[in-house]
Design a protein around this ligand. Structure first.
Ligand SMILES: [Zn+2]
Length: 325
C-alpha cells in the first residue's frame, strides 16, 4: 500500500525503536518501481521510494516539467502499490536544494509525497535553519515528513556536487534538529555518493551514535539518514543501524544491477537483432520474441527486486512491515 506521511512516521518510529533500517530506493520509471515493490512485498518490509529533481525532469520527457514528472511518478507508485497488502512504501523527494522550494511546496500541497528532503546544506548555517524550518512549517499542515542536512556528503548526486569532506558536528546537529524540528536528519559520517567501495570509505560509525545519543539526551530524538550508502559492506550498514540510522539511501546499486542485467541479456541474445558472423545478411531474421522490450526490461526489473531483497535482509527490515501488526 501507499503510505502518507503519518503512516510513514509510524514506519520510522518502529524502525528506530526496534533498531532495523528502512531502505530508501531512488526511482525514475515504472520498471524500477515494479521491481522494488515486488521485493518489499516479498520480504514483508516497508520501504521508501525517492525521486531526485533529475529523475523527476527525466520522467516528464522533453518538457522536463517538474510538476508533470512528480505527478506521474507519484501516481505510478500509488497505483502499483495498491496490489500489495503485506508491505507499504511512501514517496520522498531526495535532495531538494532551496531553488526547488516551490516544487517542494507544490508536491506537499498536492499530496504527491509522504516526505521531502530540503537540502540547504550549502547555505550558511542560519540560512539553512531558516529555510528548513519554513519547509517543516508547511509540511506539518499536510502531515508530510521533512529530512534536513547540515554540512556536505562527499561526491556527486545529480545536481549536487561536493568535494569537501566535512563530518557532522554533533552540537551543530543538535542545534539544527532542535530549531528546525525536522523528522529525519542526514548525517555526514564519511559516506560517498556515487560508485564507491566499502573498504575505501573512512566511515565514522561512532559519530552516528554520538549524534543519536546527544539528540536523545536532549529529548529531540530523530531518525538519522545515511546517504551515499551504496558501497558500504553489510557489516557497516548493520553497525550504522545499531547506532541510530533508520533510513539508508540506495541509488547507484540499482543502476548497476539494471545495467548489468541488460548487458548480460544482450550478451546471450545478441543474434536476436544482429546477424551472426558467417551468416548471410539476406538469411537473417531478427527475432521479435527476444527483442521485445518487455523481455530485457524484465531482466532489469528482476535484478532490482533481487537487490532490494538482499538489502532489506541486511538491515533487518524483513517481516517488519507495520501492515502485519
Ligand atoms: Zn544523498
Amino acid at each position: 500500500m501507499f503510505y502518507d506521511g503519518n503512516k510513514l512516521k509510524e514506519v520510522f518510529l518502529k524502525a528506530k525503536r526496534e533498531r532495523f533500517g528502512i531502505i530508501a530506493s531512488n526511482v525514475v520509471f515504472d520498471s524500477t518501481i515494479r521491481g522494488l515493490l515486488e521485493g518489499y512485498e516479498h520480504q514483508k518490509a516497508d520501504g521508501l521510494l525517492q525521486m531526485s529533481s533529475g529523475a523527476v525532469k527525466y520522467a516528464a520527457g522533453k518538457s522536463q516539467s517538474l510538476f508533470i514528472g512528480a505527478e506521474l511518478i507519484s501516481e505510478m507508485i500509488k497505483i502499483i502499490a495498491r496490489q500489495y497488502k503485506n508491505s507499504g512504501v511512501g514517496l520522498h523527494i531526495d535532495h531538494a536544494t532551496p531553488n526547488y522550494f516551490d516544487f517542494v511546496v507544490h508536491c506537499i500541497e498536492k499530496q504527491f509525497v509522504s516526505s521531502v528532503m530540503i537540502d540547504a546544506s550549502k547555505e550558511e548555517f542560519e540560512e539553512n535553519i531558516r529555510i528548513s524550518s519554513e519547509v517543516v512549517k508547511i509540511a506539518r499542515k499536510y502531515g508530510v515528513l521533512v529530512e534536513g542536512e547540515i554540512g556536505y556528503i562527499k561526491g556527486t548526486e545529480d545536481e549536487i556536487v561536493s568535494d569537501s569532506e566535512l563530518y557532522t558536528k554533533p552540537e551543530e546537529a543538535l542545534e539544527y534538529v532542535r530549531r528546525t524540528k525536522v523528522d529525519l536528519f542526514a548525517a555526514s559520517v564519511g559516506t560517498n555518493h556515487g560508485v564507491t567501495k566499502g573498504a575505501k570509505i573512512k566511515l565514522k560509525l561512532d559519530l552516528i551514535k554520538e549524534i543519536d545519543d546527544l539528540l536523545i539526551a536532549n529529548k529531540v530524538e530523530t531518525g538519522i539518514v545515511l546517504h551515499g550508502a551504496s558501497g558500504l559492506t553489510a557489516e557497516q550498514q548493520q553497525q550504522a543501524v545499531a547506532n541510530g540510522v533508520v533510513k539508508i539511501n540506495k541509488d547507484t546499486r540499482y543502476q548497476m544491477e539494471m545495467a548489468s542485467a541488460v548487458q548480460k541479456y544482450w550478451e546471450i541474445e545478441k543474434d536476436a537483432i544482429i546477424c551472426p558472423a558467417g551468416m548471410d545478411e539476406d538469411d537473417f531474421l531478427p527475432d521479435k520474441k527476444r527483442f521485445d522490450p518487455r523481455k530485457w526490461m524484465l531482466a532489469s526489473e528482476n535484478a532490482v527486486q533481487k537487490a532490494v531483497e538482499e538489502l532489506i535482509k541486511i538491515v533487518g527490515a524483513n517481516g517488519k512491515s507495520i501492515m502485519l501488526s
